[in-house]
Write a protein that binds this ligand. Structure first.
Ligand SMILES: [Mg+2]
Length: 256
C-alpha cells in the first residue's frame, strides 16, 4: 500500500539518524529531450547541500549517470555517488569503487546498435562506463525497433542485463544494481547504523526500494507506476516541494 508523501511526517526524518539516498533524473530534476539538457534548480541544489550537512554527510546520489555528470550539477560540492546503477561508486571519503567491467563487450554492443540503427534520426546511443543506453525519447514511435535492435545486439554477449527505463533501454554488466549500491554505502561511515531513506522515479529504483524496506527504512516513489515504495510523490515537483519543506522544517526547528 503506497501512501501519499504528505502523510510522511517531517518529524519522522531525524537528521542525526537518517541516511538519505536520492535518484537524480525524474526525482531531483525534470526530464529533458537529451540527458545533457536537464536543469538542476538552484533551490534544489541548496536543499541538497543543506540536507547533506544536516545528516553529517550521509547523503548519496544513486543514479544511472556517470559520477562526473553528477559532479557538474552539484559543483563545488562532491557528494557520495553511485553511478551507472551501482557499477561505479564514490564513497564519503572520495574513494572510488568500480565493478570490473568488460569494456570491449560493451563497445561491441554499442557498435552493433549503431550499425542496426543507422539512418534513424533522433535516437541517442550513450556509451557509459559499465553500460550502453539507447535513448528514444525523441522517437517513441521507434520503441519496438529499439527493443529488437538491443535484443539482437546483446544476443551473443554474456553477463549482460537489460533494463527498461523511461524512453531508454540499457544494456548493463550484470551483478550490480541500485539496491547493492545502497547496501554498500550502509556498510560504511557515515551511513552505517542510520535509517535509510530512498527516493526514485523509475523501475531501476525498485531494487533499492526493496533493500530499504527490508531495513525498515523509508521509500518514496516519484510519479506514477507500480512500486514497492511506501510513499508516493505525484510528480518531481511534488517531491521537491516535500524536500524543500523538510529543509525549512529543519531550519526552523534548529533556531534558538
Ligand atoms: Mg530516475
Amino acid at each position: 500500500m503506497t501512501e501519499p508523501i504528505n502523510d510522511l511526517d517531517h518529524d519522522s526524518v531525524v537528521p542525526e539518524r537518517t541516511a538519505i539516498f536520492l535518484d537524480f533524473d525524474g526525482t531531483l530534476v525534470e526530464f529533458a529531450d537529451h540527458p545533457n539538457f536537464v536543469q538542476l534548480a538552484p533551490e534544489t541544489r541548496d536543499a541538497i547541500r543543506n540536507a547533506y550537512h544536516a545528516v553529517d554527510g550521509a547523503l548519496a546520489i544513486i543514479t544511472g549517470r556517470n559520477i562526473t555528470d553528477i559532479d557538474q550539477y552539484f559543483a563545488p560540492l562532491r557528494l557520495p555517488v553511485a553511478g551507472v546503477h551501482g557499477l561505479t561508486r564514490r564513497g564519503a571519503k572520495g574513494e572510488l569503487h568500480n565493478a570490473t567491467t568488460n569494456a570491449s563487450v560493451l563497445s561491441a554492443i554499442a557498435d552493433e546498435l549503431e550499425n542496426q540503427l543507422t539512418g534513424e534520426e533522433g535516437l541517442l546511443i550513450e556509451r557509459k562506463s559499465g553500460s550502453i543506453a539507447l535513448h528514444y525519447r525523441l522517437r517513441p514511435d521507434l520503441e519496438e525497433t529499439c527493443v529488437a535492435a538491443v535484443d539482437r545486439a546483446v544476443a551473443a554477449a554474456e553477463s549482460i542485463h537489460l533494463m527498461r527505463g523511461k524512453m531508454v533501454i540499457e544494456a548493463k554488466i550484470d551483478g550490480c544494481n541500485k539496491g547493492n549500491a545502497v547496501e554498500d554505502f550502509l556498510s560504511e561511515q557515515p551511513f552505517s547504523g542510520r535509517v535509510p531513506l530512498f527516493a526514485g522515479d523509475d523501475v531501476t529504483d525498485e531494487d533499492a526500494f526493496q533493500v530499504v524496506n527490508a531495513l525498515n527504512g523509508i521509500t518514496i516513489k516519484v510519479g506514477p507506476g507500480d512500486t514497492h515504495a511506501q510513499y508516493r510523490a505525484k510528480s518531481t515537483a511534488d517531491f521537491l516541494d516535500w524536500l524543500y519543506r523538510l529543509a525549512n522544517h529543519r531550519t526552523e526547528g534548529t533556531k534558538p
